[in-house]
Design a protein around this ligand. Structure first.
Ligand SMILES: NC(=O)c1ccc[n+]([C@@H]2O[C@H](COP(=O)([O-])OP(=O)(O)OC[C@H]3O[C@@H](n4cnc5c(N)ncnc54)[C@H](OP(=O)(O)O)[C@@H]3O)[C@@H](O)[C@H]2O)c1
Length: 234
């Protein structure tokens, strides 16, 4: 039977990878909530839905149709948002509104959330927002999988200085040393920069496989299958 998927953040780096994977699954029917329709690659099983995340009245109706799976890959930066308040709306409030509306309308649905490494000890603006959403998700009673990546590797067109520095200077030696000496170390891989493709693949598979009421956290080696499956170690 066709499963109904809603995705928020599909135009982002992780979101685009999720959509590419979803496009290969004709048994899934996907509605992507977007600010600007026409921004996503076409796919036979994809419908873009123009959505105003600021409109509190829009959240209930978006789950009027059936929804089996909600994927959330929303996020911004303090610089991009312009203020702490605006940042929190995107990284904390919009995901919480989606989760709350889904729990009310489809309590049997599953959620896949892109969070961040460190959200379990969430302090400060960024990690505090992630921690609040994770807590809300757990309290919702919805089955869910949470990906907690470290720095993301991608071909992002927008210039983000920290990401560029990490990807050019830190990621290559970190990953090489990890393969050579720390292939099975959860601590090493927890903080290792990770490609958006790996995050999307792990999150989608985990979310689709959830049992009712199940909670699954994906971090470290869960998001880096390479050390075990590609390099044959540990
Ligand atoms: N970057 C990292 O190194 C890193 C590390 C760990 C965790 N994370 C987290 O991983 C998640 C995904 O990251 P990403 O790099 O894939 O994100 P991204 O490329 O920045 O994409 C963010 C998504 O959020 C949407 N968005 C941004 N501002 C919005 C607003 N005001 N209203 C509605 N939608 C808005 C964007 O839509 P538009 O296209 O319409 O702007 C886009 O779909 C985020 O939660 C991020 O915090 C990132």
């Amino acid at each position: 039977m066709t499963q109904q998927v809603v995705i928020a953040g599909g135009t982002g780096e992780v979101g685009r990878q999720l959509l590419a994977l979803l496009a290969q699954r004709p048994e899934l029917s996907v509605r992507a909530l977007v600010r600007r329709p026409g921004s996503l690659p076409l796919a036979a099983n994809l419908e873009e839905v123009a959505f105003d995340f600021e409109d509190l009245g829009a959240y209930g109706p978006v789950f009027g149709p059936p929804c089996d799976l909600l994927l959330i890959a929303l996020g911004t930066t303090l610089a991009g948002a312009g203020s702490a308040e605006a940042f929190l709306r995107v990284d904390r409030d919009y995901p919480m509104r989606l989760i709350s509306a889904l729990a009310t309308t489809h309590p049997g649905a599953k959620v896949g959330l892109v969070s961040s490494v460190g959200a379990d000890r969430g302090k400060g603006l960024y990690l505090g927002a992630k921690a609040t959403v994770e807590t809300e998700l757990e309290a919702s009673g919805l089955a869910h999988a949470i990906a907690r990546p470290s720095f993301l590797r991608s071909d992002r067109r927008e210039f983000r200085l920290l990401e560029v520095l990490v990807n050019r200077l830190i990621a290559p030696p970190w990953l090489a040393l990890g393969r050579a000496a720390f292939a099975g170390s959860p601590g090493w891989w927890r903080w290792a920069p990770v490609h958006v493709r790996e995050v999307a693949t792990a999150l989608l598979e985990a979310t689709l496989s959830l049992q009712p009421g199940q909670r699954q956290i994906l971090e470290g080696l869960d998001l880096h299958p390479g050390p075990v499956t590609q390099w044959g170690r540990p």
